[in-house]
Write a protein that binds this ligand. Structure first.
Ligand code: F6P
Length: 472
């Protein structure tokens, strides 16, 4: 039996909705973090503490912890935390996204109110929500005193320090799923907020990042802000999150995905360029569409033979900056189509909805996969899609995505702000000789299979074991 684990994240591994008849339905929890952590549940003895996202979930939270079953059938305990709705809005919609997200993805310039007073949303939103989650985590630790607390991501930077103050002997690990930036980038925030964030994370025994680059930035910013670089060095490690390879193999072979592939094949052009993202400014879809337009401009022979299929999951649409970026994305696609499209050829096929099976079908069918984020903690699509691709597809990958550190040998690297460079990279990807395409795809696959989600989870637990004080 595995050691007890209390996972803490903002979004839970399952979501709950009421259908038209008021019946409760569960939905697969969305997002990379939840997908990657789900296999941890199947180790057994897991409690998951997560925020209630809406009225339905707040109502469930009030009824106490629930027993849920993972896709593989393992039972786990789910403890939903009900926040006051206004506090949650300030926490999620004003502080975590956009402020922390933008600071940590080099997007601060996109925020049009950099002087806005953060003090009240910070205190009444971020601090309040972190405190509520920490209280719930402590009561779960009291049920299972030897459990490890495993806290996730930028929503919950303060939880470790709050828990440490209440339970000094707790074993606490943290994983940061987004980029960490250097002291200069943190300087756009009030110093007391940046310091609280760094102190919060340093209250852990072990802190994981996807790459050595983000880990080094953490050490540098801990040194600059708190004079605790050595402490950060001792506690941190890089361990890129991974894919449940068996799940993707099964999905790709499933009838549901086959049916979606048949639909795609019926209307696909000769060359299919694919992108699969959330409609998030950090994902850089607008420059991706512009680059595709430049490709069509410089290679007229491709017109009519190629299409860019963009499957974008609408994300954080309660936050104005994200709505604006989704609209800009739609305009950029329309601009390319207006300029180059004909009655029987649509160059950019933009589909804004959450349709996981359609994404997996497109993973099998692409010839070129374009992933060009401005910055990205890792980018799981860069691992998932090549795993199941059936056409020796070529990966064009931003050098600013964490996954580039693992896959650079086999990907065509691009600078996310360089639109012409991305057009050139697309042209190169299309003309690579077949043997080289195959070799590059095989290289990515063997890396993804060698460092799969089990290897990732084992390393996380080893790091914690090595760092937590003995006897804790
Ligand atoms: O680490 C980034 C992350 O937390 C991932 O889980 C996921 O890609 C995304 O952000 C989900 O965001 P949200 O919970 O706001 O939909």
């Amino acid at each position: 039996m595995a050691e007890p684990l209390v996972v803490v994240s903002n979004r839970g591994p399952v979501g709950f909705r009421r259908d038209a008849d008021g019946e409760l339905a569960t939905v697969r929890g969305a997002g990379g973090l939840v997908t990657a952590l789900r296999p941890l549940v199947d180790r057994g003895d897991v409690t998951w503490v997560a925020s209630a996202m809406d009225d339905t979930e707040r109502e469930l939270a009030a009824a106490g912890a629930r027993e849920e079953r993972s896709a593989a059938g393992t039972l786990f305990r789910l403890r939903l935390v009900a926040h006051d709705p206004e506090a949650y809005r300030l926490f999620y919609g004003v502080v975590a996204n956009p402020v922390l997200w933008f600071v940590q993805h080099g997007l601060w310039a996109l925020k049009d109110d950099p002087d806005a007073d953060l003090a009240a949303p910070w205190e009444n939103g971020y601090v309040a929500a972190n405190r509520a989650v920490a209280d719930a985590a402590v009561s779960e630790l009291d049920r299972a005193p030897h459990a490890t607390l495993y806290v996730q991501d930028y929503h919950l930077y303060l939880v470790p320090a709050f828990v440490r103050a209440m339970r000094p002997e707790a074993r606490i690990a943290f994983f940061v799923h987004i980029p960490w930036v250097g002291p200069g980038d943190w300087a756009v925030l009030p110093a007391e907020i940046s310091r609280a964030i760094h102190e919060g994370v340093l209250a852990c025994d072990s802190v994981g990042f996807h790459t050595e680059r983000w880990r080094s930035a953490f050490v540098a910013s801990c040194e600059a802000l708190l004079g605790r670089g050595d402490d950060a060095e001792r506690r941190s490690h890089a361990n890129p999150i991974a894919v449940d390879t068996a799940e993707f193999d099964e999905l790709a072979a499933s009838d549901a995905v086959r049916a979606r592939r048949a639909e795609l094949q019926a209307e696909r052009p000769e060359i299919l360029v694919l992108r699969v993202d959330r409609t998030d400014p950090s994902k850089n879809a607008v420059r991706g569409f512009q680059a595709f337009g430049r490709l069509l401009e410089r290679e007229p022979a491709l017109r009519g033979r190629i299409a860019l299929l963009a499957l974008l999951d609408p994300s954080r649409q309660e936050i104005p900056e994200y709505v604006d970026y989704r609209l800009a994305t739609e305009e950029a696609a329309a601009a390319v189509n207006g300029r180059f499209g004909t009655d029987d050829w649509l160059p950019v096929r933009l589909d804004v909805r959450d349709d996981f099976l359609a994404s997996v079908a497109a993973y099998v069918e692409y010839d070129v996969l374009l992933i060009n984020p401005v910055m990205d903690g890792l980018n799981l699509v860069a691992k998932e899609a090549p795993l199941v691709n059936g056409r020796d597809g070529v990966l064009v990958l931003s050098r600013e995505a964490g996954a580039f550190a693992e896959l650079d040998e086999w990907a065509i690297g691009v600078d996310p702000l360089d639109v012409d460079g991305q057009a050139e990279a697309l042209a190169r990807a299309i003309t690579l000789p077949p043997g080289e395409r195959r070799a590059r795809l095989e290289g990515i696959r063997s890396r993804v299979r060698a460092h799969d989600v089990d290897a990732w989870a084992a390393r996380e637990l080893e790091e914690l074991e090595a760092r937590a004080p003995s006897g804790a």
